[in-house]
Structures are given as C-alpha cells and as structure tokens.
Design a protein around this ligand. Sequence first.
Ligand code: TNX
Length: 481
Amino acid sequence: MHPALAGLVPLPGQIELHTGACIITDATRVDAPTDPASAGVAGHFVRDVQAVCGLHLALVPSSGPGDIVVSLRPERHDLGAEGYELSIAPDVVQLTSPSAHGLWNGTRTLLQMFTPGANVQELPALHIIDVPRFEWRGAMLDVARHFFGVDQVIRFIELIARYKLNRLHLHLTDDQGWRIEIPGWPSLTSIGGSTAVGGGPGGWFSQQDWAEIVSQAAHHFVTIVPEIDLPGHTNAALASVPELNVDGRPPPLYTGRDVGFSSLRMHLPTTGRFIDEVIGSIVDTTPGRYIHVGGDEAHATDHHEYVAFIQLLLATVTGHGATMVGWEEIATAPLRDDVLVQHWLRPETAMAAPAGSRLIMSPAHHTYLDMRHAEDDPFGRRWAGSIDLDTAYEWDPAVLVVGVDERRIAGVEAPLWTEKVATFSEVEQRCFPRLACLAEVGWTPQASRQWSSARHRLAVETDRLAARGVNVYRSRVTHPD
Ligand code: TNX
C-alpha cells in the first residue's frame, strides 16, 4: 500500500490508484465554494492541515493549476447525504459532494493522507468514491457516573470526528448524577449534579455550556443525541425533587456503582409535568431531532408501569416534534416505526421492535468501551469479555439480530460507561483507537473490510494519536513486541 494510504481509517469504499503524484507545498491553494457551510469546511481543513504538518494553504475563491478544488454539486444524488468523490491528479486535487457534510468527510480522508510534520506532501494520484454503509455512526459518553466538562466534551468531539463519526450520544442523567440545567427545576443540578461515583464533586452543563457543545458538534458534523434515562436510573432526580417520591421524602444521593434500584412513579401528580418539561427543554436546546429516553434496566418498575412510561415518553417526545431513541428494553412496549431501538445485550429483546423500525447496533461484546482491552488490562470491566482491537473490528452488524438485515440497521454506536473512568486521560485510553475500529464497521462495506489490512492502518493511527498527545491503548495485536 502507498505510504500516504497507510493511515486511512475508515477505509474508503472504492479506491483506484493511478500513476504519478500531486505535490502539495505552501504554494498550494484551496479553492472553496462561497456558501457558508462549504466555506466553513474548507477553512477547517486549512487549519487542520496546518496543525498536522505546519503547511499554511491559502483559501481562494477561484481555481488555478495545482490547487485543491472543493466543489458542492447538489446534482450528485448518487453520493447520498454524506458521500464524496476525491480525485488526485498531478496538477489538481478535486473534492466533490452534494453536501457540506460529504465535503467534510472528504477532507477527513484527504487529511489522513498528509504525513505529519512534512512541509512537502506527496499525494498519490488516485480516484476515490466513498459513501458510508450506515447513516448512524456514533460514540456514547456517560457524563453521569463521572462528569466531563465542556472542554473535554469538545475535545472528544474533535477526536471522534477524525473517523467521520457523526453522532455523539451523551448519557446525561443516571442514579449518580443529573448533568444538565433544566429551567424551573434548579435542584436537579444544584443537588443532583453535586456528586458522582466515588463521591467526587460532580458538575453539570449550564444552558450556555450546552449551547457551546451543540455548536462545536455542528462544526464537526456531529449530531448530539441527549439521553435522559427514564424511568429507572433516576436516583439523582429523586434525590433532588421530593415530589417525585411516593412519600415525598427524597432518598440520599448515590455514589456507588449498582444499577436497577430506582424508578419514577407514574401515578404521582408531578411525574408527568417533570417528564414534559425536561423533554421540552432538551428538545428546545438541541438542534438534532433525536431524544434518547434510556428505558434500560428498569428493574424497580413493574412491567405494567414500565409500558405506561414508555407510552408516555413516546407521546411526549413526538409531541415535542422529536424522534425517540431508547435502549432495546423499550421494545417490550408498543412502539411506532420511527422509534430507533438500540440493541446492546439481548437480540431476542431487540427483535420485538416493530417490523418497520430501525435499530442501532451496540452489541456489548464488540462495542462496550468500558470493557477491558485484554486480560491483563487492570482498568477495564469484564462482564462482556475482553475487547481488543480485533474483537472491536471483526463483526458484522447485519447478522446480529434475526430478521434485522442491512436495511433495518440505522448504524452502530460504541458506548463508554464511566463507573470506573474518572479522568479524561482514562476516557482517551478506553476509546482510542477502539473507536476507529467501530468507525470502519459503520462506514466501510463489509466485503472491503479485512482485519489483516485494518491492523496495519490502526497501528499507524495509534502512533499518530500518541504523537498528538492522546493517551492511546497500545494493543499487542497492532504493536507486537
Ligand atoms: C449496562 S448498557 C448499562 C449501564 C452500565 C453498563 C456497565 C445499558 C443500557 N445499561 O447502566 O453502566 O452496563 O457496563
């Protein structure tokens, strides 16, 4: 493989290598369209090139010989919502897409061809046509068990966007913490946000913090998927709002690691208003159309009440004009076809989703980032096994759940639960480069994916991340000693 292709991840769907090369120097210019979204992508690319190798490329409105020409071609329906075409010839680099998102994806590929630190770049002549296999390619960060602040979340967005991941699911509430300000309910954060697993200081996002997160996400073509976990995993809410409790007495804050002991109560007069105002506020402040309502491990809710809750959540989320997402347990209640069901543990539970609905695949044994990397990893958990890079890579979302084929799969997502992850450096070590494996599962056609090829590219990517100061996991499967 040409050295400039050694760091590509996810691997593009079609690459055709030609002879010759295009030389990029600080005289190379980037010719960008004038619409704000495409111009933003081109500007971002110029800044990223400078960060990777120090070259400063000028942004210009008209093209000349040797330029990198970025063009928006709305008529290229064949490339879908996110696809792009990239052709590199000795005298010009051309990047084309029908959407700014596709141009963004193309610039990510181009950037991965730049050799870090080199002030003359030799890009091989080639032709790429690249369209993602799945629409939903995500990571989840649990900011409830341990809190991670705005700067850390933005850093996380920058890192996942390297791999064209386009969803960041934020697990905002759980037994141990409530992490987002809701107008009219100040105790949710002042009490519910005041601690974390192990008794640390916790924290929460103000409305201003949240606006900053969604805006930075948009600049990286990442849609934020906020999760308010209901009706279980709610001790922090119960501890903050006395009226949510049957006896009106709030339980103490919880800083342990158990799951499945808390529940809202359907019949209490405050419960419905609470759900409506929380979901309404989240919808109003989050531009993406998805609201994740959790629904997992509600072991303290009887099944009748659970079904009633899921129906109430569905009516509330749809009433506010959003699309509901939930963990696979919600499929035990009647749903609508537009609900997204997130498979994590039991295929037979996920299978109960309506025949017209779509699934997000997060099989614990391949995607759970809190699991240990290998048997000698002292930090990871073990209930879903060891997940080294080969295990994170070698699976096919289309064969996991009987009756759920390619067309019913919205995509893939890897969650990081943080009961045992307390610092951002640990977040990095759990996620990178494992998230690069997930990105290729979600992007590259199954027939073009081979562990024997991915292994080398992941080794290059691991070294690049390390050189940029990311606390990577150095796997024996990519770095044998
Ligand atoms: C299961 S996955 C959970 C989380 C835990 C995680 C720990 C899911 C929907 N629920 O509440 O944090 O296991 O690995």
